[in-house]
Design a protein around this ligand. Structure first.
Ligand SMILES: Cc1cc2nc3c(=O)[nH]c(=O)nc-3n(C[C@H](O)[C@H](O)[C@H](O)COP(=O)(O)OP(=O)(O)OC[C@H]3O[C@@H](n4cnc5c(N)ncnc54)[C@H](O)[C@@H]3O)c2cc1C
Ligand code: FES
Length: 288
């Protein structure tokens, strides 16, 4: 029983420090393609991380470094924290070669979200390039979880080669079991590939959706996003209904260091998901 003489807390418990990594154990590592892996993480202690589609964490390979990685799991179901990572450099290599059972650090979740519910009652188009399908997967799983609330759901996905296609089994399930129109194209279609060859942006003009009543979500290399957003707007999707997930070099993830600055925006807190009407003047002009 508590006595009136017992010291009582005078303030609410402090929120966790967003700069301190929380230890997570690598429960499972799955190889998706030759250079891309999905990590399933569980907290060493405490509850699983609550997050929303589009958010990212800062993943820490202790002793090597920390990088921003989007969460690629299903935000509507409890389960391990998933990240799908392309092995491109020092830190990503350390993450994708970690042993199962290893402890990694997680900060976050950080950043803005896809807010897919804004598309309810209309069509939703997702345009993904390469590893960009991973940050879009939580949005797609959320759409599928409430499939009856949306009209057409269209996924346009471009990979470098057939061997680079991510989540191949899931692409079929999304199409067959959940009424998602999935169109895949590759840049280089040698071997037994019988599908489309060419840029994913070229799929936008002919895809079946009601442009005026569409929410569009785009993720991939910046130049691809710029052309995809422009093609969507040309089709008639309002620029404010086109959302892009931006990548910039990041250190703090919480708006303190300025590493991720894009003119007046800090991508870690104002983004990563931003609307095209806001981004269009800031995107660099490069040729495809
Ligand atoms: C919000 C956000 C979400 C991201 N989500 C994912 C994800 O889901 N999966 C994934 O694989 N990657 C994702 N990235 C990119 C990832 O953070 C970089 O690949 C990583 O920081 C590279 O670090 P490294 O030490 O392995 O490579 P480095 O040794 O630092 O660099 C290797 C190569 O990658 C390039 N590079 C480095 N950082 C970035 C960057 N931020 N964006 C683009 N190119 C970069 C370098 O120019 C160099 O060519 C995301 C980035 C951001 C900002
Ligand atoms: S990463 Fe430090 S301000 Fe965005």
């Amino acid at each position: 029983m508590t006595s009136v003489l017992d010291p009582q807390p005078t303030t609410a418990p402090e929120a966790a420090d967003p700069m301190t990594p929380v230890p997570y154990r690598l429960e499972r590592l799955r190889q998706d393609t030759r250079d891309t892996f999905t990590l399933e993480l569980e907290p060493v202690a405490g509850p699983p991380l609550a997050y929303r589609a589009g958010q990212f964490t800062m993943l820490d390979a202790f002793g090597v470094g920390e990088v921003p990685i989007s969460i690629s799991g299903d935000p509507t179901r409890p389960g391990p924290l998933e990240h799908t990572i392309r092995d491109v450099g020092v830190v990503t290599h350390a993450l994708v070669t970690a042993e199962e059972g290893a402890v990694l650090g997680v900060r976050g979740p950080f950043g803005t979200t896809w807010d897919v519910a804004d598309g309810e009652g209309g069509d939703v188009v997702l345009v993904a390039g390469g590893i960009g399908l991973a940050p879009l997967r939580p949005a797609l799983l959320e759409l599928i979880g409430h499939r009856d609330r949306y009209g057409r759901v269209v996924l346009l996905y471009g990979a470098r080669t057939p061997e680079d296609i991510l989540f191949g089994d899931e692409l079929r399930t999304w199409a067959v079991d959940h009424g998602v129109t999935v169109e895949v194209t590759v840049d280089n279609g040698q071997h037994a590939w019988r599908g489309k060859v060419g840029l994913v942006t070229h799929l936008v003009p002919r895809a079946g959706f009601d442009a005026r009543n569409t929410l569009a979500l785009v993720c991939g290399p910046e130049v691809m996003m710029r052309y995809a957003a422009s093609a969507l707007v040309d089709r008639g999707v309002p620029a404010g209904r086109v959302r892009l997930s931006m990548e910039r070099s990041m250190k703090c993830g919480v708006g303190l260091c300025g590493h991720c600055q894009l003119r007046e925006l800090f991508v870690c807190v104002d983004g990563p998901v931003l609307t095209y009407d806001r981004l269009a003047p800031l995107l660099t002009c490069r040729e495809l």
